[in-house]
Design a protein around this ligand. Structure first.
Ligand SMILES: Cc1cc2nc3c(=O)[nH]c(=O)nc-3n(C[C@H](O)[C@H](O)[C@H](O)COP(=O)(O)O)c2cc1C
Length: 157
């Protein structure tokens, strides 16, 4: 079974490009990854089965989560994510006052449910540039490093 799960929402493909680059960084670092598009209606309870959680979303409205993420977000209220490590990413547009606010909303929810958010949220302005793509890959491999640290601690106990 994969050790990590990623759930993402992308309407026009920008966050999806980030998701693919992050997944590449993770796989290059030797970890397996389960990826779900929010449009496939994944259950939030899936998150409890994995050690590492990645959530990604573009931002809608005025700094809001898109509608297709709302059921999942509400379902997260039932979860106990203590002991899990997590990260959040998403594309937004800096013309909006609340740039990529969905990333902050998801970070707050993960922390409320007990997960440890181990990296700052990764926010990209609209379509990822080649530099952004590199940063996404790096983000994936840094997350793997965090998970490996946890495993090493458990082995040495
Ligand atoms: C109606 C509407 C509202 C938006 N509101 C915000 C916002 O509040 N903050 C923000 O950073 N981006 C906002 N955006 C911009 C999108 O998040 C941005 O275009 C993003 O790159 C889309 O990502 P996607 O290609 O993954 O769907 C909005 C876009 C639309 C169409």
């Amino acid at each position: 079974m994969s050790e990590m799960i990623m759930i993402y929402a992308s309407m026009t493909g920008n966050t999806e490009e980030m998701a693919n680059a992050i997944a590449e960084g993770i796989r290059e670092s030797g970890k397996d990854l389960e990826i779900n598009d929010i449009f496939d209606n994944p259950s939030a309870s899936e998150l409890e089965k994995y050690d590492g959680i990645l959530l990604g979303s573009y931002t809608w409205g005025e700094g809001a989560l898109p509608d297709e993420f709302l059921d999942f977000y509400e379902e997260m209220d039932k979860l106990d994510l203590s002991g899990k490590k997590a990260v959040v990413f998403g594309s937004g547009d800096t013309v909006y006052e609340d740039f990529a606010g969905a990333v902050d909303i998801l970070i707050a929810k993960l922390q409320e449910r007990g997960a440890e958010v181990v990296l700052n949220g990764l926010k990209v302005d609209t379509s990822p540039s080649p530099e952004d793509i590199e940063q996404c890959k790096q983000f994936g491999s840094e997350f793997v490093n965090h998970l490996n640290q946890q495993e090493n601690c458990q082995i040495s106990k």
